[in-house]
Structures are given as C-alpha cells and as structure tokens.
Design a protein around this ligand. Sequence first.
Ligand SMILES: Cc1cc2nc3c(=O)[nH]c(=O)nc-3n(C[C@H](O)[C@H](O)[C@H](O)COP(=O)(O)O)c2cc1C
Length: 183
Amino acid sequence: MTNEKLNIGIILGSTRQGRVSPQVGEWVKEIADKRGDANYEIVDIADYQLPFLGTTDGTEPGIAAWNEKLNSLDGFVFIVQEYNHSITGALKNALDFAREAWNNKAAGIVSYGSTGGARAAEHLRGIMGELMIADVRVHPTLSLFTDFENGTVFKPAELHLNNVNAMLDQVDAWSGALKTLRK
Ligand SMILES: Cc1cc2nc3c(=O)[nH]c(=O)nc-3n(C[C@H](O)[C@H](O)[C@H](O)COP(=O)(O)O)c2cc1C
C-alpha cells in the first residue's frame, strides 16, 4: 500500500445549454478540496463530445479519451439532475460508453430536482449495480425550490455541507478499499 492520494472525479451529468450542473459541481469541489484527502477534479461529459452509442464506428477520439479519464480515477461523485424522473440521456450514454473503467470503484451522488432528484438518483443506483460501482449511502439532495434562486442560481442551504462531507468520507474510504481489488 502506498500513501498516494486517490483520484476522485466529480462528474457533471447534464450537458444542455444553460445547465446548472457546473455550479453544483464547483461547490462540491470547493468543499472536497478543503479536505485535502484526495485529488478531486471536475469531469464534464460535454467535453468529450460522445456520439450517441451505436450510431458511429466508435473511432471518435472522445470515446477513447472518456475511457482514459475514467481509468485514471479511483472513485466518482455524480452530479445528478432529474429529467423525467430519471438521469439525463447524456449521463446514461456516457455510462454505457465504458465498462471495465467503472468496475470496482466507489461513487457518491449529489442530486437536484423538484424532489431533490431522488428518483433519478435511485435509477442511477440500479445502473451502478450492473457496472460494479459501489454506491455509498449518504446522498445530499438539493431542492430546485429552496437551494436555487429561480431554479437557476445555486444558493445551497448551509445544512448540506455536513452531508457532502459525510458522503465524501464514504467515497474516499470505499475508493481506497476497492483499489486493492484492481491491482
Ligand atoms: C427534459 C427535462 C425533464 C425534466 N424532468 C424533471 C423531473 O421529472 N423531475 C424534476 O424534479 N425536474 C425535472 N426537470 C427539471 C430539471 O431538474 C431542472 O431543469 C434542472 O436544472 C436540470 O439540470 P441541469 O440544469 O443541470 O440541466 C426536467 C428538466 C428537463 C430539461
């Protein structure tokens, strides 16, 4: 065992113009960086310009780059927004574009929506089971009504801070434990 820091990706699940996920991701990263226990980075699915799975020959550089990025990570925090009671199509497509790169790693969820994005988050947990991602229990849920102004400007309530740290505690612990399986 080395004392090398874990690499944790904060994955933005939405890609639409005008999305609020970057605000939420930056807030999580700011909290995470203060801990100093791991290397945290924002991973923006939009940067990879993934095609819709199965519609191309699979040689787009973004597909390889996406897998390389996931391979470099030990764990994940998914920034999840609720679209029609589930995760975004963009996140599902990005999840489908890798397999081994997800396996035997840990993940937490920070979600938002009219009911805290809870329904989307529960769908994601089912998908993570198939991808052999160990999803942690603590799950900060943000309300579009009380944690955002006009649904667009992120103003998180103070109470979420403890929950984010508790979620990160679990992601870090499990990411470290699962790393031993991947050797
Ligand atoms: C196609 C679509 C479907 C949506 N469906 C839901 C929903 O079922 N439940 C909900 O709470 N919010 C729903 N919303 C509202 C989104 O949660 C809200 O717009 C949020 O800001 C989206 O995240 P984003 O800004 O990062 O894209 C939906 C938004 C879109 C664009």
